[in-house]
Design a protein around this ligand. Structure first.
Ligand code: AMP
Ligand code: MG
Length: 339
């Protein structure tokens, strides 16, 4: 029932046309973007969009992002577009930036979780752009079962959705590894709703200061402006514990926690930027970009290796580190230990 289409060597126009036809017929097509894999459907077809929510087990009030491939389509899905949005689109699209704007009438309520705003982005991935160009604006949340770590390879999508969606396009591993940055431009002051692949610093350099929604760093949630933030997210089966602090102290703290949990009989996994001995170890890479790229894969992989506890090395909350820490803290249910 699921066709896995190999496009690892690049865009294949014939296969793209076939996948586009599935989208236009109301079916579900998972595809790679530069951030994570998306689970796509025709954003303007309410029945198709409903199937995304059903397949993921996603709460209906958690809105989807509409992906476009042509600047002209922004006006099709959004209205009252402020000059900040135009500036950001010119500078960062295609790219890992999602903007929340007043919704156009053509967008069905199911796509926006009943809100009168819409989230839009233009992804920077040749396969995603080709698929959207050959079809229509595509609503696509991350292609994972709701609550699980996001998928950064077609294998992850196969694990979650094989037999339950029509098409999975395999374009290899995604480059950025965390989802897009979401910024709300629908009211007076710009507000960061979700840190992501595009660093906040770069947005502020373009449009000036941006407020940070309190849910970005902590748990407090203002439901009116941050739909979707109240849900459990990015969680493997194992309990995640994040260790943050000065790097010289973090290693010792992780080693201490490994001993403690092992002595209680747990199988312990560690994900970090340098080798630390535990029952299972996953190397996250050296740079913050490496950590972002490997983060979700590490969570899924340590789960597969059957650990009970995952101890994760935190990184500095700047640049892409803000997105990494947001995902890690959510994955841990905010079990954060200071070193
Ligand atoms: P996902 O597609 O799983 O990456 O999640 C999309 C996220 O974008 C949602 O969980 C929201 O946080 C955000 N989002 C989408 N649409 C809106 C909107 N209209 N207003 C505010 N946030 C939105
Ligand atoms: Mg998601």
């Amino acid at each position: 029932m699921t066709i896995v289409v190999n496009m690892r060597t690049g865009v294949d126009p014939r296969k793209i046309r076939i996948a586009a036809r599935f989208i236009l017929n109301g079916k579900l097509v998972a595809f790679p973007t530069e951030t994570v894999y998306g689970l796509g459907a025709d954003a303007l077809n309410p029945d198709a969009v409903k199937r995304i929510f059903e397949a993921k087990g996603r709460p209906p009030d958690n809105p989807l992002i509409i992906h476009i491939a042509d600047f002209r389509d922004l006006k099709r899905v959004a209205r009252d577009i402020p000059k900040e949005a135009k500036l950001l689109a010119e500078k960062f699209w295609p790219g890992p930036l999602t903007m929340v704007l007043p919704k156009a009438d053509e967008v069905p309520p199911v796509t926006t979780g009943g809100l009168d705003t819409v989230a839009v982005r233009m992804p920077a991935h040749p396969i995603a752009l080709a698929l959207i160009k050959a079809s229509t604006p595509v609503a696509a949340p991350s292609a994972n079962i709701s609550g699980k770590p996001s998928p950064t390879s077609a294998d992850h999508v196969v694990d979650d959705f094989y037999g339950r969606i029509e098409v999975i396009i395999d374009g290899g591993e995604t480059n950025i590894g965390v989802e897009s940055t979401v910024i709300d431009l629908s009211s007076e002051r710009p507000m960061l709703l979700r840190p992501g692949g595009l660093p906040l610093e770069e947005i502020e350099a373009t449009i000036g200061p941006v407020e940070i929604h309190p849910a970005v760093k902590g748990k407090t949630v203002d439901m009116a402006r941050a739909p979707g933030m109240k849900y459990r997210h990015y969680s493997p089966n194992a309990q995640v514990i994040v260790v943050e602090g000065p790097s010289n102290r973090v290693r010792r703290k992780i080693e201490e926690l490994v001993r403690e949990y092992r002595s209680m009989g747990y199988r312990v996994g560690v994900m970090a930027r340098e080798e630390i001995s535990a029952d299972e170890f996953y190397f996250l890479g050296k740079t913050p970009a490496d950590v972002a790229r490997n983060l979700f894969k590490a969570l899924r992989e340590l789960d597969k290796r059957g650990v009970d506890v995952i101890i994760a090395e935190g990184i500095e909350e700047k640049g892409i580190g803000l997105a990494v820490m947001n995902r890690l803290k959510k994955a841990s249910g905010y079990r954060v230990v200071k070193a």
